[in-house]
Design a protein around this ligand. Structure first.
Ligand code: ATP
Length: 218
């Protein structure tokens, strides 16, 4: 993996007038946001207000985006920029899919680009012994811990931004604390969608989304 262009201590994220549509529905409406390198942002808000759509847009997965959306000063106009964006951002999905041909947990960890760091994180998160299990055999909380461990691996491999979509939703209380600690101490820029107060309290800023618009809460 080419790592030279990805900064280890986080990348800045800049959104200007970002609009995202699903067909005719405008899910994100004119969002402006400046996130400094290493800053940790909690994104809260009502169901269906556009949080996941916004994170997917930052990741480069939502292609119908108007406005300016830069990570580390780069857009996603060319295939090379798009590939760079995918390496620069670690992604913890809200509903991890096992896929049609389920991966083994250790294959998920290896896909981070830094297998040893991800495997060590899996150990710390209490799922190291499950590495040879297929992802579709894991419980919701175990799967969420595995994705968290993968994100740690991605950062070790050079990702500068972590995009996490309700990463503690399936976790028990101790797991919520552990996950919040792991995510907020990575050194990477963090954008985390969460309804978990403990997670929000560990972040530098809390933003709220309502009907596709963003406002600062703290
Ligand atoms: N693939 C899709 N096709 C059509 N509409 C979609 C699609 N994905 C999301 N939407 C709609 O876009 C809006 C924003 O959805 P989004 O998933 O971004 O919200 P959210 O804030 O993450 O919600 P939640 O808190 O429930 O996870 C919703 O009205 C949703 O129904």
């Amino acid at each position: 993996m080419e790592q030279s262009n990805v900064e280890a201590l986080g990348l800045d994220v800049r959104l200007r007038g970002v609009v995202c549509r699903h067909g005719r529905l405008e899910a994100v409406s004119g969002v402006d946001l400046e996130v400094a390198r290493g800053e940790r942002i909690a994104l809260t808000g009502t169901n269906g207000s556009g949080k996941t759509t916004l994170l997917r847009a930052v990741l480069g997965l939502h292609r119908k985006v108007d406005g300016e959306l830069l990570v580390g000063g780069r857009g996603t106009r060319t295939a090379a920029e798009w590939a760079w964006r995918r390496r620069a951002c670690a992604w913890i999905p809200q509903r991890p899919a096992a896929g049609r041909f389920p991966l083994l947990a250790r294959e998920l960890l290896a896909s981070s680009g830094a297998h040893e760091a991800a495997a060590a994180a899996a150990g710390r998160l209490g799922v190291g012994a499950l590495a040879d299990r297929s992802l579709d055999s894991l419980s919701g909380g175990q799967l969420q811990r595995m994705h968290l461990a993968r994100a740690v691996g991605c950062v070790a491999a050079g990702a500068g931004v972590v995009l996490a979509d309700e990463p503690t939703a399936a976790l028990d209380f101790a797991g919520q604390e552990e996950a919040a600690e792991v995510l907020t101490s990575l050194g990477a820029t963090l954008l985390v969608v969460t309804h978990d107060r403990a997670m929000a309290e560990r972040c530098d800023r809390v933003l709220e989304m309502a009907a596709g618009r963003l406002r600062e809460v703290r």
